[in-house]
Write a protein of this length. Sequence first.
Length: 128
Amino acid sequence: MWLFRLDGEKYAGKITSSDWIYEERKGEPEYWKKRMLSLCREMVFLSMINSPHVIKQEEIIKTRTNYYSVLEFCNGGSLQDLLTIRKRFTESFAVECLRQIIAGCQALYDVNVMHRDLKLDNILIHFP
């Protein structure tokens, strides 16, 4: 991930190397096809979802060597980072987090998408 500013706004960026698609198992087109489909699905699904509880994908840029996803910036790190710092959450904070996580999952469900790696490290926080 990387961070940048454009017109005074902060954005996050995710870089996926084209080499990732073709690494390992060189010469197995089915493997390459699965990796490319995985990357395309992630980009398409993120662009379909419009919810305050799911990171918004602003743009996709493809170069000869990389795919760049320009994403909404979340200033609070992950929920795992916050738990590491705080050691435990109050009940009211945990309830609010869970409410927002469920709202994000509902937004995914509404476009027939399921998050298969839901964990504290993959839940990002933004403090207004």
